[in-house]
Design a binder for this molecule. Structure first.
Ligand code: PLP
Length: 343
């Protein structure tokens, strides 16, 4: 298969259209059979539920080439499950999990020319999403929906190595108790834009959000879960019903236990404890782990011992093991790689 004429090494994280995307319409109470289309435009009512009341949710995953030349995705069934949870919370029809995985496969196959080669560090980012497409003026769920999957090639998250970042404790809240923080809804991102732009203007890479009710517990950032390492080498990740359950974070917890023999705790984490941790990282599909070197809380700095030049040693081990499994250098003991035959 001929690859697209792209300089994989210089790709950033930006959208560019690829050959084909998947569309399925929900009408009269049922999803249609779905299809691939070359049309990258969406035409919907000016009064569509998504445009008026933000009835939409999404997923994000990557397809990439392993060392032995297979094109794979990573645990796509977990993205399918999570989209079911998101849809239910937003009163949207559920897109069946097996059809979700099949739709992603079809999109990757149709865009195999855009799956970056092994070693480039680039990946094909896949964006499944769903939205209310029929007109809604009184506040209620739409009657009709569209499920779509597009893909776009993206560059390596860290160009020239993963440098630790500096983040701030935000004065804004990301999610309310009993709200929508645990689902992947566009609305959670719309309301976070002001907070992230403010943080960037002040020179911080990300926000650490605390729990909205007491502002004493660590939640997450706008788009990644926290992972901490204690001084005695235990992995601790914050637990809360308003944190989005990151697939990367869940996978890293399993890697820590099953591959590295580390102790893992998924529990409430007080902000007061953070200064005593040895390492801190942010987990998400895009970067796997971004190391955090410094957290600033209204002028008070928490500096992690590994400093601002490199990842802490345990974070690095976790990162290398998970990316090793993903790329096929380390045995995929748990069957996490989902191969897509593209010939
Ligand atoms: C998508 C997302 C993450 C990361 O989840 P992954 O499944 O690891 O990509 C973390 N937090 C939020 C708020 C997210 O939307």
């Amino acid at each position: 298969m001929e690859k697209a004429n792209i300089d994989w090494g210089s790709l950033g994280f930006a959208y560019q259209p690829t050959n084909a995307r998947y569309v399925s319409d929900f009408k009269d109470g049922a999803w249609d059979e779905g299809r691939l289309t070359e049309d990258d435009k969406v035409v919907i009512s000016e009064c569509a539920g998504v445009l008026q009341y933000a009835q939409t949710c999404f997923e994000g995953l990557k397809a990439y080439t392993t060392e032995d030349g297979r094109i794979v995705t990573f645990r796509p069934e977990l993205n399918a499950q999570r989209m079911v949870d998101s849809a239910k919370r937003l009163e949207m029809p559920v897109f069946p999990e097996d059809r979700f995985v099949e739709a992603v496969d079809q999109v990757v196959k149709a865009n195999a020319a855009f799956v970056p080669p092994y070693g480039s560090g680039a990946t094909l980012y896949i964006r499944p999403y769903m939205f209310g497409s029929s007109p809604v003026i009184g506040v209620k769920p739409a009657q009709e929906y569209q499920f779509r999957v597009f893909s776009t090639p993206v560059g390596p998250y860290f160009k020239g190595g993963a440098k630790p970042i500096t983040i701030k404790v935000s004065d804004f809240d990301r999610a309310a108790p009993n709200g929508t923080g645990h689902i992947k809804a566009g609305l959670n991102y719309a309301m976070s834009l002001h907070a992230i732009v403010t943080a960037h203007d002040e020179g911080y890479a990300e926000n650490m959000y605390l729990d909205a009710a007491t502002r004493t517990k660590v939640e997450e950032t706008g788009g990644a879960n926290f992972l901490f390492v204690t001084k005695d080498g235990k992995i601790v990740t914050p637990k809360s019903s308003s944190i989005l359950p990151s697939i990367t974070r869940r996978s890293l917890m399993i890697v820590a236990k099953e591959y590295l023999g580390l102790e893992v705790e998924h529990r409430e984490v007080l902000f007061d404890e953070v200064k005593d941790f040895a390492e801190c990282g942010l987990c998400g599909t895009a970067a796997v782990i971004s190391p955090v070197g410094k957290i600033v809380d209204h002028g008070k700095e928490i500096c992690f011992p590994a400093g601002m030049e490199e990842m802490g040693p345990v974070t690095k081990k976790l990162y290398e093991t998970l990316t090793g499994i993903q790329m096929g250098h380390i045995e995929d003991k748990l069957g996490w790689l989902h191969e897509i035959k593209c010939d």
